[in-house]
Write a protein that binds this ligand. Structure first.
Ligand SMILES: Cc1cc2nc3c(=O)[nH]c(=O)nc-3n(C[C@H](O)[C@H](O)[C@H](O)COP(=O)(O)OP(=O)(O)OC[C@H]3O[C@@H](n4cnc5c(N)ncnc54)[C@H](O)[C@@H]3O)c2cc1C
Ligand code: HEM
Length: 398
């Protein structure tokens, strides 16, 4: 039944999830505080949910050659960073099934509905089980909130558009460690009746420090779109001494995976996981060969650049290759780096055949770089990446 109806569900996937969200929010307005309203407005979340359900059905049917585990893990990690609980799956399931009925109409016979209900619950059970383990590992008991108050200890204006915050637990308790590449969710209370919004920020400091650091780019609205809600709030409203609600560290992508050489490729604010990795390696594996490739609009837009000369001292085998669109201001400020102008050329990225690669930046940037590295013989499984939004790269469908 699922095999027969998959093409029609696939073709209408985004229409179904587009119908699902308003239905669910009407019945459960409290969920508006958990979901990202920006991703609702720009359609990113709709696409991610539809693609994941279709990918799961293909996985069950055995018609997919995608490794399933990374998809499941990505979703579970994101859910845990948001505090999603098992009872909420009943709500999502009910409204998703109703939306399938509404969009596909008479095509949804009771047998078709039962088959897709089963797909949903098999998927839900896998996620619930994985999320339960992750909550336990993070020391969060059933029914306990994931949120903890953190106090802003320091605020550093990195560039005109980027600010770093260092945070300590407001209760004076211990600072959990994390793997470079992990992120935290940050929950902020907006003015008036705008409620709460949650966003993820990669931890950009050293994992075993006595504080956490996040580094936030201010998102400006383009072509009439509104400015980013949470990044603007953090830039304009959050000062030293204020508190923020943070989740435990989550995320399945490690920037320091494997052994041997590392190639870290980032663009713009996508450098935050790589900075945590460099800080970590400077203490744990200072001799490890690392190539840092970073693309930015200009030297003045390159956040945390001031940390790099120190990291170069600490990491004798760190090589840097920078691409600035505008190099007229490329005062290198003590950096020993090769600097090129324009956009990153994947052919010019120094590739060690044994390197583990980590990419982070806008999706088109990562798609181009990943494609170039694959063509140059880097095995797919050695290229990890982080998307700063819902979903994965297109050729992995979710
Ligand atoms: C794992 C992960 C790690 C991340 N790490 C970092 C990090 O280290 N640093 C960092 O700065 N960011 C990071 N991000 C991104 C961050 O979570 C936020 O997405 C980012 O700060 C934007 O949030 P916002 O609330 O400011 O923007 P939103 O309000 O969510 O807006 C996002 C976009 O949607 C557009 N939009 C909103 N409403 C509409 C509308 N009605 N019509 C059309 N367009 C609309 C906005 O113009 C904007 O371009 C990460 C994301 C993830 C998933
Ligand atoms: C089988 C059921 C579910 C599936 C298949 C699913 C799938 C997904 C996917 C694919 C993402 C995007 C992950 C990414 O960032 O790449 C996501 C994010 C999310 N999910 Fe789920 N989910 C399910 C259940 C739930 C439930 C029960 C809730 C709680 C009400 C929930 C709330 C969220 C939220 C709030 C996000 C982040 C949204 C955003 O950032 O815009 N999900 N989910």
């Amino acid at each position: 039944m699922v095999k027969a109806t998959l093409p029609v569900v696939q073709a209408h996937g985004e229409a179904i999830t587009g119908c699902f969200y308003p239905r669910m929010f009407k019945a459960h307005p409290e969920l508006l505080n958990i979901f990202n309203r920006g991703n609702q407005a720009n359609g990113a979340q709709k696409a991610a949910l539809a693609a994941s359900v279709v990918a799961y059905a293909e996985h069950l049917l055995g018609t997919s050659d995608l490794p399933w585990e990374p998809i499941l893990e990505r979703i579970a990690q994101k859910h845990v960073s948001l505090g999603i609980s098992a009872p909420q799956y009943t709500i999502v399931g009910r409204h998703l099934m109703a939306a399938i009925g509404e969009v596909l109409g008479d095509a949804v016979t009771p047998e078709v509905a039962a088959a897709w209900d089963e797909v949903y619950w098999l998927f839900a059970c896998e996620l619930i089980a994985r999320e339960a383990r992750l909550y336990t590992e993070a020391g969060i008991a059933e029914g306990q909130s994931i949120w903890r108050e953190w106090r802003i200890e320091n605020r550093t204006e990195e560039t005109r558009e980027v600010v770093s915050f260092t945070l300590v637990p407001a209760d004076g308790g211990t600072v959990p460690t994390f793997t470079p590449g992990q992120y935290v969710s940050v929950a902020v209370d907006l003015d008036g009746d705008r409620g709460q919004q949650i966003r993820q920020y990669s931890l950009s400091g050293r994992p075993d420090a006595d504080h956490w650091r996040i580094t936030v780019k201010r998102v400006r609205g383009i072509d009439g779109a509104p400015d980013g809600v949470v990044s603007t709030f953090l830039h304009e409203r959050v000062q030293v001494g204020d508190t923020l609600r943070l989740s435990p560290p989550c995320g399945e992508v490690s920037v320091v995976a494997g052994e041997g050489p590392l190639l870290l490729v980032s663009a713009g604010i996508g450098l935050t996981p790589a900075m945590a990795a460099l800080e970590h390696l400077a203490v744990t594996e200072p001799e490890r060969p690392v190539v840092l490739v970073h693309a930015d609009r200009a030297g003045t837009a390159h956040a945390m650049r001031n940390d790099l000369p120190r990291l170069q001292e600490q990491l004798p085998n760190l090589r840097m290759r920078l691409w600035y669109e505008d190099v007229t201001d490329s005062q290198l400020l003590g950096l020993k780096a090769e600097v090129a102008s324009g956009l990153v050329d994947p052919e010019q990225i120094p590739v060690n055949p044994d390197a583990h690669v980590h990419l982070c930046g806008p999706v088109p940037f990562m798609t181009t770089v990943r494609g170039g590295l694959l063509r140059r013989g880097v095995p797919r499984e050695r290229i990890a990446y982080e998307v700063f939004g819902p979903g994965m790269l297109r050729d992995e469908r979710v």
